[in-house]
Design a protein around this ligand. Structure first.
Ligand code: C2O
Ligand code: CU
Length: 459
């Protein structure tokens, strides 16, 4: 902070003025969206010009105790407007960060104050929610951890934010354009380089017998990670932040769709090289995504981990008076659609494509003035998703977690993002207990930008 000469000369008036001024924010209370140069590609390749929070990929790790508050001033030093969405938090609607729905974005050189309570413990993340298809791909995301009052019995708590980047190998820069028609109409923008915590070939160290909590987060624009553990025995203890009632042993592949999180508790069983590995399926071959080198040994716990403490408001939705909605997902390459409404007009597929719209949700491409569902607070909604496209879609509801309603009437775990597979009917239900305007969209961000974005109003 600068004290200029006039402030000194103004005597008491000046002092009063200073006392009333807003106190300067410590750097820790800010997130500055800005360009930076980061080594995403392996050594020997050029560094990448990224858009970042505070110059790092991922952005600064935010840790806050359950029931606490997150207070951050977004400072926009980019050349275009931006906003931050706090993915998976049951948040006050005004803080949800959706440019054009819950706030005006921060213009270049401007700021926006985020200040909200975090009711649920778990693994969350934050990312840009303006021109997300490009801003998130360029690096605008970070991790938000809400800590349990009593953390589980583990030796270490580690975050693995998985991502992919589409880079030109010669220059190390992001391949452009970000709104490539081929990406929008197919599976979205997938990278040619995968990594964790902003690095290709990320490594960690552990001892044989150590028990680790691994918080897996998929920050990729479109990639569905297929993962498996080697040299570790693991249990899934939470999905999308929300604890499972009973930890589930990891036996096969872990599927992590864009924006989803899986919290694992793992016991390291590998005794020397090869190390313990988090493997990722690339086409038909499994490749090491994260390598955990073994540095020693200690006595292993011989117990199955206890469940994480339950979050508040996790009661099963009462379906007896639920209102039902049908969401039909259409469009894209190899399936297409006859027509959809866009910007208030009914357009055929060809005309939609000319406007950059390849997809529709129940006949609506992109945002409409009216919500997909208008709910009263406390009402229970069930939404049947019919995927009539040939692509999977990671459907994300803002502001509230939902559960899958299974064919036998049972409920799945609470989630905020669920993978919808072509021609596999899927139904979700939730209690609309958080008032506001909430997006419901595909988290393949190229799909969200080209039609698959709807919203739900809770009065
Ligand atoms: Cu993480 Cu609207 O998204
Ligand atoms: Cu999609």
């Amino acid at each position: 902070m600068e004290l200029n000469r006039r402030a000194f000369c103004a005597g008491m008036a000046g002092v009063t003025g200073l006392a009333l001024a807003r106190p300067a924010l410590a750097a820790a209370d800010r997130l500055t969206a800005r360009k930076a140069s980061v080594q995403l590609a392996p050594e020997g390749y050029p560094a990448t010009e990224v858009w970042s929070y505070d110059g790092t990929i991922p952005g600064p790790l935010i840790r806050v105790p359950q029931g606490g508050r997150v207070t951050r001033q977004l400072v926009n030093e980019l050349d275009e407007p931006t906003s931050i969405h706090w993915h998976g938090i049951r948040i006050d609607n005004a803080m949800d960060g959706v440019a054009g729905l819950t706030q005006e974005p921060a213009a270049p050189g401007e700021t926006f104050e985020y200040d909200f309570a975090v009711p649920d413990a778990g693994t969350y993340w934050y990312h840009a929610h303006k021109n997300s298809m490009e801003q998130v791909a360029r690096g605008l995301s970070g991790v938000l951890i809400v800590g349990e009052p009593t953390p589980p019995d583990v030796d270490r708590d580690e975050v693995l934010m998985l991502d992919d980047w589409l880079l030109d190998p010669d220059t190390g820069q992001f391949a452009e354009p970000f709104n490539h028609p081929m990406m929008m109409s197919h599976g979205g923008r997938s990278g040619n380089l995968i990594g964790a915590n902003g690095q290709y070939a990320y490594t960690m160290q552990a001892e044989t017998g150590e028990r680790l909590r691994l918080r897996l987060i998929n920050a990729a624009n479109a990639r569905i990670f297929g993962l498996k553990l080697e040299g570790m025995t693991g249990w899934t203890v939470a999905l999308d932040g929300m604890p499972l009632d009973t930890p589930e042993a990891v036996t096969g592949e872990i599927v992590l769709a864009p924006a989803q999180r899986t919290d694992l508790i793992v016991d390291v069983t590998a005794t020397d090289s090869p190390a313990a590995l988090l493997m990722s399926l690339d086409g038909d071959t499994w490749e090491a995504l994260v390598e955990i080198t073994i540095t020693g040994a200690r006595a292993a716990r011989d117990t199955v981990p206890s469940p994480l403490p339950a979050n508040p408001n996790t009661a099963l939705p009462d379906l007896s008076n639920a209102r039902s909605f049908a969401m039909v997902m259409e469009g894209g390459a190899m399936a297409g659609m006859d027509s959809a409404t866009y910007g208030g007009e009914q357009l055929d597929f060809r005309a939609l494509i000319e406007k950059g719209q390849y997809w529709a949700l129940s006949g609506q491409a992109g945002m409409s003035d009216t919500p997909f569902a208008a709910l009263k607070r406390g009402e229970v909604a069930r939404i049947k998703l019919s995927n009539r496209t040939v692509f999977p879609h990671a459907m994300h509801l803002h502001g509230m977690h939902f559960r899958e309603v299974r064919a036998d009437g049972g409920f799945g775990p609470m989630r905020d993002t669920i993978l919808s597979i072509p021609n596999e009917p899927l139904e979700i239900a939730f209690t609309a207990d958080n008032p506001g305007k909430w997006l419901f969209h595909c988290h393949m961000l190229a799909h969200a930008a080209s039609g698959m974005t709807a919203w739900i109003d809770v009065a």
